[in-house]
Design a protein around this ligand. Structure first.
Ligand SMILES: Cc1cc2nc3c(=O)[nH]c(=O)nc-3n(C[C@H](O)[C@H](O)[C@H](O)COP(=O)(O)O)c2cc1C
Length: 251
């Protein structure tokens, strides 16, 4: 199963991999309409690249994280809802990979726009899909949300698995690329995959059964792999194929 690489996004997103970190406290400054318009164009490109999911802008999003159990995401003004289209026919793990891959491309575009963001999984705990529906009128499942906006929090390079663990037998000339793939955020920072370089192929291999849940539906190793796929495709170019035990990025 191929995942289409959307054409029309920024060509320099690789440069923003090392500039992104999760931001959980926003400063209340509303993002300028010009940046929101640019974001809407990005979402159009991403959503047109496939028919299984969509990413929707959620304005006035204070209740989206404010009425949750955790309430750890502070002062949210803006959010993105990742929504599943035709959920009864969802092909998994294709959709898991697509949500991670396309969501992370948007996150890197937000970073390029000078905005902070945080991926959120776990409806009612970290974000509230009912509040999102009140704003957007959506009836679709919303398994993931991304809060974004201006944040005064500093850049923190959150720890990852050592390269020796996540990329066993990493060729020395690929360590820079492997480190960039290793910067991919993952649910609870669990990084449930390994990275393998083989000639011109990057293989991201699941460390779990295909779509076994971490806790919530859709918080799967293939979602993590989808996010890492965005980084792998940006460093290596090429096409993206979902295979039985992972994702291949190759010519
Ligand atoms: C799919 C996904 C779901 C996440 N859910 C949450 C969440 O619900 N709450 C939260 O505070 N962080 C959440 N995160 C953020 C991660 O905890 C964070 O990205 C990770 O610890 C790595 O840190 P970094 O993003 O600063 O590199 C999530 C990340 C991903 C990829």
């Amino acid at each position: 199963m191929e995942v289409v690489v959307p054409s029309g996004l920024s060509t320099d997103l690789r440069d923003y991999i090392d500039k992104r970190c999760a931001k959980r406290i926003f400063n209340g400054i509303v993002v300028e309409p010009e940046k929101i318009s640019k974001l809407q164009e990005i979402l159009k490109v991403v959503n047109a690249s496939q028919q299984n999911m969509q990413i929707t802008y959620v304005p006035n999003a204070s209740a989206v994280t404010g009425s949750t159990i955790a309430r750890s995401i502070k002062n949210t003004q803006h959010a993105l809802a990742i929504e599943v289209l035709n959920s009864s026919k969802a092909v998994r793990p294709l959709i898991d990979v697509q949500m991670g891959y396309l969501g992370e491309l948007v996150v890197l575009e937000l970073t390029k726009l000078g905005l902070g963001s945080v991926w959120l999984g776990g409806d009612k705990i970290w974000y509230n899909s009912a509040e999102i529906r009140k704003i957007t009128g959506s009836k679709l499942p919303i398994p993931l949300c991304i809060a974004f906006g201006y944040s005064d929090q500093p850049y923190v390079k959150f720890q990852r698995k050592p390269l020796s663990t996540i990329c066993p037998q990493c060729p020395s000339h690929q360590t820079v690329n492997a480190e960039l793939i290793n910067r991919a955020p993952s649910s609870q920072n669990k990084q449930l995959f390994t990275i393998h370089f083989n000639e011109k192929v990057i293989f991201l291999k699941t460390e779990r059964n295909a779509i076994s849940k971490v806790v919530f539906d859709y918080l799967t190793s293939f979602l993590d792999i989808g996010i890492a796929t965005a980084h792998a495709q940006l460093v290596n170019g090429g096409k993206i194929f979902v295979v039985e035990d992972g994702v291949e990025v190759r010519d």
